[in-house]
Design a protein around this ligand. Structure first.
Ligand code: HEC
Length: 452
């Protein structure tokens, strides 16, 4: 039966030139796909465990490759194709998938080496090019045993003038233990108050916030008895702590300049734009170390920065919207958590990144424009903590003032979630992977007068 359908398909396609009318070979047909879509990760010393740079390397994996592309598990790309257009969309077309499948089904032929495209060369150097500045953490040694560690390192930039960053690359020093890392800009620590003059915080918001957040060791989380707000859209608080209003002038001012996450590329800001690191600022590294080797390991993670030659026309900004007050009951397979924000200015969005931890299931970013029309910007139907992808818009997306963004996510705290570390736990906001986060990171540009 199956054969018959195929035969009919061949006949109906025979009027147009079809690749399938001849043998599919690695050299002519498969290598161009693999080199473009797979080798970026599948080469020595990168995130994937095996290298795909030659016929000899790919052939033993053929059956697994066929399966992984048919199920769209590889290359890892999580956005639903119905919504949005993304400049970094590396997913395969139906035809490319069919090419790989047919190649395997026809017996994995090698073909004519003359038709083989050049083997891609990957630099072990900085992907962004030679950095103008490199800032590194002091060497950090991880002992052989113990739980995963979250370490924070604050390093002075010693910049004596404002710097405009056009690209940033966070490089793990030791890929065996660095699971993921972020770097953000922090203000230099305020001068210590004189002895005996330690100031008690009197701002009620600050006092409440201090009560809400528990700090233990290097990690923070929300107090278990804190008020529960699963639907963050009932309050337009920009994902701040309940009862705490963020200052509008702080919107997108500070924040992350680069992240290293599985599947994420270096941060290259849109052309003509740059991110600002003010003179005298520090950078703080937040690094998640996993003891994967069970041996003592040392890491020196660093960030490379390339500066604009002149002040940019546009400042690239990022804002992180979060719900910090949700509560995920033990065992619950489908908990909805949302967060909303109404933009108070015209802007252009340039990328979206959903961020959750191991129980994250799906995420949807919708906007409602001031005229009431709605649009889905991004749908990630099967979120996976191990693939934290930034979805970069093909064209900056104009968002008029008054547009309301809603981010709706679901969490699976049931035993059926293979990543779930413990379905018996009630889970709230916290930095550790075993706790949860519900964030949407948005990169954007201010809409300058005359740009629309
Ligand atoms: C963004 C990086 C990345 C890209 C791009 C990528 N892979 Fe992978 N691949 C990985 C990592 C990491 C693993 C191991 C962890 C895992 O299986 O999730 C992996 C595992 C695999 C496996 C092991 C079996 C399995 O299903 O887990 C196969 C087969 C595979 N990749 C094929 C491909 C093919 C074919 C492509 C291109 C069409 C591709 N990969 C593109 C990172 C990548």
């Amino acid at each position: 039966m199956h054969r018959k359908i195929l035969a009919i398909a061949f006949i109906s396609m025979s009027s147009q030139p079809s690749a399938w009318a001849r043998d599919i070979t690695f050299d002519a047909d498969v290598a161009p796909i693999v080199f473009k879509h797979c080798s970026t990760c599948h080469h020595p010393n990168d995130v994937a465990p095996m290298s795909f740079l030659s016929y000899q390397e790919v052939k033993p994996w053929a059956a697994a490759i066929r399966e992984s592309v048919l199920t769209r598990k590889m290359p890892p790309w999580k956005a639903d194709a119905h919504f949005g257009k993304w400049s970094n969309d590396w997913s395969l077309s139906d035809r490319e998938i069919d090419t790989i499948k047919t190649w395997v089904d026809q017996g994995k032929k090698e073909g004519d080496p003359k038709s083989l495209p050049p083997t891609p060369v990957f630099t072990t150097d900085w992907k962004i090019g030679k950095p103008d500045a490199i800032i590194a953490i002091p060497p950090h040694t991880l002992t052989a045993t113990g739980p995963d560690e979250y370490e924070f390192f604050t390093v002075p930039t010693n910049f004596t003038e404002d710097k405009w960053v056009v690209s940033a690359e966070l490089r793990p020093g030791n890929r065996k233990i660095v699971h993921h890392a972020h770097v953000y800009i922090t203000e230099p620590p305020a001068a210590k108050p004189e002895a005996g003059k330690a100031e008690a915080p009197t701002d009620p918001q600050a006092v409440y916030r201090k009560w809400l957040i528990v700090h233990e060791g290097k990690l923070s989380w929300i107090r278990p008895e804190a008020p529960v707000i699963d639907d963050g859209c009932v309050v337009d608080d920009n994902g701040y702590w309940p009862g705490n209003k963020p200052k509008d002038d702080n919107f997108g001012k500070w924040g992350m300049i680069s992240s290293y996450l599985p599947g994420r590329e270096p941060d290259v800001y849109p052309e003509g734009t740059a991110r600002k690191i003010p003179a005298g600022a520090n950078v703080t590294f937040q690094i998640h170390y996993s003891r994967a080797t069970k041996k003592p390991e040392t890491d020196v993670t660093s960030i490379g920065l390339i500066f604009a030659k002149e002040p940019p026309k546009q400042v690239a900004k990022r804002v992180d919207l979060s719900n910090l007050s949700f509560r995920i009951p033990a065992g619950d397979p489908n908990v909805e958590v949302s967060e909303c924000h109404t933009f108070k200015q015209d802007l252009y969005m340039t990328s979206l990144t959903p961020h959750m931890h191991l129980r994250g299931k799906d995420a949807r970013f919708d906007v409602m424009y001031p005229d009431g029309t709605k649009e889905t910007l991004l749908l990630v139907p099967h979120y996976n903590f191990n693939w934290q992808i930034t979805y970069k818009m093909s064209e900056p997306k104009f968002i008029p003032k008054g547009t309301r963004l809603s981010i709706v996510s679901h969490f699976d705290n049931s035993p059926n979630n293979p990543l779930n570390p413990d379905p018996t736990q009630v889970v709230r906001w916290g930095e550790a992977s075993e706790m949860e986060m519900m964030d949407g990171w948005i990169e954007y540009l201010d809409a300058l007068p005359g740009t629309r």
